[in-house]
Write a protein that binds this ligand. Structure first.
Ligand code: ATP
Length: 257
């Protein structure tokens, strides 16, 4: 345990769709520089929890904090818009399906938001695009359109785009699930590099070996609750809950001796 104040702090998160309780009183504290994986069966609430962090899926109860700022503050509409736009600049998000703008080249996909929201010049935007695309190994594709890229390349551009806003935390929602198996590793390598640079990351994933090798902590969710959490060596090698064991038995079949 640490006395350090959490960087991301989710307190008593609840979410319902009608009578369906998707998140049932979830608490999650993430320290600066930590890499947390959220694993669990389909429908357990992983994406809902992740999307609550930047209020894309607003909670029906509970609070989300980033440093000393409450993200899901109840505010009058105009004030809320200004508040959430500011907050979302600090939280990078990478989706399963890339969400690149098809009519924009890679360069403009990366610089659109910083140009609009931070008012940077064209020269600064070019420099930013080059820096970020170099980081993800996509510099030579800077003037290509998304349709000219593989899925793995698109996802690397999507990561560069998120990084271009200089976020404090990065959220990954099954970033490799839509990729052909041979393209997964190139995206994982970019995420590993970010981890080595101590980027704070919260990662929803179905890739157990990635979670085990990269993350500091793993949360196992089932039916809207955190069943078990801990360091990967404990969760993957010595879980205590039967639900975790059963889930891992299915997902780790063949991976561990
Ligand atoms: N907009 C919505 N309206 C109604 N129910 C929803 C909505 N979004 C999600 N749900 C339900 O909430 C539950 C949790 O969904 P969520 O996508 O968070 O699960 P998940 O663990 O991320 O699953 P997966 O691994 O399949 O992506 C599911 O039962 C889902 O059907």
């Amino acid at each position: 345990m640490t006395d350090q104040k959490p960087f991301v702090d989710i307190r008593h998160a609840k979410k319902s769709y009608g009578t369906l309780e998707v998140l049932k009183d979830i608490n999650l504290q993430v320290q600066k520089g930590q890499i947390v994986a959220i694993i669990g069966p389909s429908g357990s609430g992983k994406s809902t929890l992740l999307r609550a962090i930047n209020d894309l899926d607003p909670l029906t109860g509970g609070e989300v904090w980033l440093e000393d700022k409450q993200i899901n503050k109840k505010l009058p509409h105009r004030q809320y818009e200004a508040h959430i736009n500011q907050v979302r600049q600090e939280i990078g998000m990478v989706f399963q399906h890339f969400n690149l703008f098809p009519h924009l080249r890679v360069r403009e996909n990366v610089t659109l938001a910083p140009k609009m929201l931070k008012g940077i010049t064209d020269a600064e935007a070019d420099k930013l695009a080059e820096e970020q695309l170099d980081k993800v190994g996509m510099l030579e594709r800077i003037d290509h359109y998304p349709s000219q890229l593989s899925g793995g390349q698109k996802q690397r551009v999507a990561i560069a785009r998120a990084l271009a806003m200089n976020p404090k935390v990065m959220l990954f929602d099954e970033a490799t699930s839509a990729l052909d198996p041979e393209l997964v590793e190139e995206v994982n390598l970019v995420m590993k590099k970010l981890a080595e640079e101590h980027m704070t990351m919260i990662i929803v994933t179905h890739e157990m070996s990635f979670a085990e090798s990269v993350c500091d902590r793993v949360l196992f969710m089932d039916q809207g609750v955190v069943v078990e959490e801990g360091p990967p060596e404990v969760i993957f090698r010595n879980p205590t809950s039967d639900r975790t064991k059963e889930f891992l038995r299915k997902h780790l079949a063949g991976q561990h001796p």
